[in-house]
Design a protein around this ligand. Structure first.
Ligand code: AHR
Length: 861
């Protein structure tokens, strides 16, 4: 909004300065053929229709939202018209094959409403045109079909329903696209006559965009020049201990998504890769020929063959299993784990597998854990097997510390064995949970003291195409009956870490569970089964889809004895309800009619049946733009209690948007900032990005009356297996490497409050850029009475700060102080903790590039 205020001011001054502007000029609308048509709708203007000036020049005022990023989202041959109310309507061709036309409307050519893509053709839609017929008050759409080389048309009044498509004569078309010579070269488009103010608005929009781009590009690398003359500063922070407002007590949480091998091979403690033999080429879109049921498995030795079968599996959800046909004992089936199995000396590991004898005779096997040097670290001999699938369990104790062991299963006699769900699980999981989490990783997350955990994503929640939507019911209960599936980040998801385990983890660390469920539409970047998010769950299946959402709430909260899903939860081992309070519906979706219809159904059903649940809606992937505006409008219309905002921006953006929430309307939906992170070129997680986040988080606390929750994203990343950086916590099989940004999250999580105290910061400089880089936040925890003072200094000089409290109260004379500081490119930094003497008036030095947290302990309570 601030941008538009600036824009209006600029526009206003421009009208005053240039009184002899023309009433009207020519406006040329076009799309460039550059970048395969991805650059959107462009404009140029001219006084005489001959000499043209580009507006931008490379500025797309609206881009296509159709299909997956990369290959789709193209705008070809746009065509514009105005209706009787002056609203602009644009239509364009999506690509060379699609039978749909794209439509979007705008009042001012700057802000565009949601797009729609009606299927109108039996072939494709080339060079579409649109015209408004004042008499019938309808729009006539026409296009060429380059498949049958004919022309077609249809009519609509509202861009929701369309007449049947009919053939038209070429004469029914306006054919008024023209070639115009622009400074960058010639382009084909349309010429319109518009008021000069329209062109001025477009120009000012570009200027405003460029202005913000410059600010958002500010980096510490330029500080030597930007702050060449800056000397160490002094500041004064005045805290009014009596003036506070309540803020959310859930502000800092975590975002879990199975991206970067965060689940299988990561937080989920299973040590066997591809335990279910369900890896399949399509998990990786066919790009890896080794990604099959045999991945991570091999045969060592001779006398045995290893094949995969699907006849009579343990469970239809888990159709593939291994078949070992031994004619002469000696060979072993080997699993290499997640590039090696980590074992700790003296620790116990639960081995289990399903096995059945497929021949008339056969005997047991040895199960061994073997080191790289062939040393046997643990071994066990099984009994014989029956002709039915049977689960066998053994405990193996490692006799050494290793990071690269393998599992070897060796048949002892000839015969044919079917094997499946071959699992090796440390007993030493987080809180000792069976089928639990890797202890070091789960503890690192718990140390943040997150007030909530969002799961299972991100894009994983809504999946790559309808068939890939994350269905919670497939992820509870017996492991062999859970339904594994392709992970949209191009690997495999066993569902071993499923809703049951997520809820358990939340309970174990005292965090609110925050499941995010697809709003009946898949990921907008889907490339499986159709163009992005333009298709939704068929309406005839939506009742069941809605019921699944209601069932989730019953599964989480229902009585273990009297409700169907409560009983199932109890059978799953958790009779006590999980006390679910929040459900996210949708993940940064395109706000289209397809979305709105399905979201509204789910929202209304949850509201009616479970008014106690806070539903969190979605407002697109960015902090501005069509989905943000339309998402907010929908949330306001439906009175959705909270919305999920996402933005990954540069440190400069976070520095220069500290007032983002200051101006949010407190009567509308609350905000869950569900995904955010500061991104620099090369995508490091370093002190510069961490301090930009810390600085911005002072504003989240200040606005904790409207921002209810926030989570950095993504959280976990396995080294060598990342699809996305930066992340908060990196790890390999045996080490956890928290980033500098992690330390910021942890300092906020561990020093959270539920009251925000009025405080004002004055700095001994009038340099606005310097002032913007120092920020403070003061919160109190009403339970302990402790006061937390957070101060960020993103400057290359120190800031000696005098902290003044109007009443010192019962604070201990020494406060714990944590200081995170270093060079801006410093990675994996840790805060230094010491004590600082505090009083009603004390001094604290903020080092250059630092984040300081002081915890004033209330000794009265
Ligand atoms: O956090 C990584 C991805 O970013 C999420 O899956 C998605 O919601 C967003 O685009």
């Amino acid at each position: 909004m601030k941008k538009y205020v600036i824009l209006l001011l600029l526009l206003g001054s421009c009208f005053q300065l240039f009184a002899n502007e023309p009433d009207s000029v020519y406006l040329f609308s076009y799309a460039t053929t550059k970048n395969a048509g991805h650059n959107g709708l462009h404009f140029a203007w001219s006084m005489d229709g001959k000499d043209w000036k580009s507006i931008g020049p490379e500025m797309g005022f609206v881009s296509s939202d159709f299909g997956a990023w990369g290959s789709q989202k193209r705008m070809l041959t746009p065509y514009l018209t105005q209706d009787d109310k002056g609203t602009w309507h644009a239509v364009w061709s999506l690509n060379e094959t699609e039978p749909s036309i794209a439509h979007a409307a705008s009042a001012d050519l700057v802000h565009w409403k949601r797009q729609s893509y009606p299927v109108v053709s039996k072939g494709n839609c080339v060079n579409p045109e649109i015209r408004f017929d004042g008499a019938s008050k309808q729009f006539m759409l026409t296009w060429e079909n380059s498949v049958d080389h004919k022309m077609y048309g249809c009519e609509t009044k509202d861009f929701k329903t369309y007449s049947a498509t009919h053939s038209i004569d070429a004469a029914a078309r306006l054919n008024d696209r023209q070639s115009v010579i622009l400074p960058e070269g010639s382009s084909i488009g349309q010429i319109h006559r518009v008021a000069w103010s329209q062109v001025a608005l477009l120009q000012k929009t570009v200027e405003s965009k460029r202005y913000w781009e410059t600010l958002n590009d500010e980096r510490t690398a330029d500080d030597a020049v930007r702050f060449a003359n800056l000397q160490p500063l002094e500041a004064s922070l005045t805290i009014q201990t009596g003036a506070s407002k309540p803020i959310s007590d859930l502000l800092t949480g975590v975002f879990f998504e199975d991206i970067n091998y965060a689940a299988d091979g990561g937080l989920y403690a299973e040590l066997i890769e591809n335990r279910d033999f369900e890896y399949t080429l399509s998990d990786k879109d066919g790009h890896d020929r080794s990604w099959t049921s045999k991945h991570s498995w091999s045969l060592e030795g001779s006398g045995t063959t290893f094949t995969i079968d699907t006849v009579s599996p343990i469970h239809p959800n888990n159709p593939h299993f291994a078949v070992l046909n031994t004619t002469q004992a000696g060979a072993g089936l080997v699993n290499s784990g997640w590039e090696g199995i980590v074992l700790k000396k003296g620790e116990k590991y639960n081995f289990s597998m399903f096995v059945k004898l497929l021949s008339s005779s056969g005997g047991g096997v040895t199960i061994s854990l073997v080191g790289k040097d062939s040393s046997v670290l643990a071994t066990v001999l099984t009994r014989g097997f029956s002709r039915k699938w049977e689960k066998m369990s053994y405990v193996l104790t490692s006799n050494a510390d290793v990071t690269d062991a393998k599992l070897v299963i060796k048949p002892l006699v000839s015969g044919v064995l079917g094997l499946d769900m071959i699992s090796l699980f440390p007993q030493n999981t987080f809180m000792g949970r069976k089928n639990g989490l890797r202890k070091d990783l789960a503890q690192t997350i718990a140390d943040i003291h997150p007030r909530f955990i969002r799961f299972p994503g991100g894009c994983v929640s809504h999946g790559d195409g309808l068939g890939n939507i994350y269905r919670w019911k497939n992820t509870i209960g017996l492991l062999e009956a859970r339904k594994p599936q392709r992970n949209l980040w191009n690997y495999h998801q066993t569902a071993g870490l499923g809703y049951q385990e997520f809820f358990q983890y939340c309970e174990d660390i005292g965090a609110q569970p925050l499941p995010v469920i697809a709003a009946g539409v898949p990921c907008q970047n889907s490339h499986v089964g159709g163009p992005g998010q333009q298709g939704g769950v068929p309406m005839c299946e939506m009742d069941q889809y809605v019921q699944d959402v209601l069932d989730l709430i019953e599964w989480a909260n229902g009585d273990a004895k009297t409700t169907k899903w409560g009983k199932i939860r109890a059978q799953n081992g958790h009779p006590k309800p999980f006390n679910l309070k929040y459900v996210g519906i949708g993940n940064e979706d395109l706000i289209t009619d397809v979305f709105e219809e399905r979201f509204t159904m789910i929202f209304n059903a949850v509201k009616a049946k479970h008014p106690e649940i806070t539903v969190i809606g979605t407002v697109g992937p960015f902090y501005e733009g069509t989905d943000y505006e339309e998402g907010w409008a929908l949330a306001s219309k439906l009175q959705v209690p909270m919305v999920d905002e996402h933005y990954y921006e540069s440190p400069g953006w976070f520095i220069n948007h500290q007032d983002f929430y200051d101006k949010y309307d407190r009567t509308k939906s609350k905000v869950y900032l569900g995904e955010y992170a500061a991104h620099l070129p090369g995508r490091p997680n370093n002190l510069e990005t961490a301090l930009a986040e810390a600085l911005y988080m002072t504003t989240l606390e200040r606005n904790g009356d409207v921002v209810s929750m926030a989570s950095y994203a993504p959280m976990l990343a396995k080294e060598g297996h990342t699809q996305w950086t930066p992340d908060m916590i990196f790890f390999n099989n045996f080490e956890v490497k928290p980033t500098t940004g992690y330390q910021v999250q942890k300092l906020y999580g561990q020093n959270a409050g539920d009251q925000y105290l009025s405080n004002s910061l004055t700095v001994s400089t009038r340099d606005d850029k310097a002032c913007k880089r120092i920020a403070s936040s003061v919160v109190r925890d009403s339970k302990t009475g402790d006061l937390m003072v957070k101060m960020v200094n993103l400057l290359p000089v120190s800031v000696k700060t005098q902290v003044k409290l109007d009443a010192f109260g019962n604070f201990a004379p020494k406060a714990e102080r944590s200081v995170l500081t270093g060079k801006p490119d410093g990675r994996n930094l840790k805060p230094v903790v010491d004590e600082i003497g505090v009083s009603a008036d004390f001094t604290c030095e903020l080092p250059a590039y630092s984040f300081t947290v002081m915890r004033l302990k209330n000794v009265e309570k």
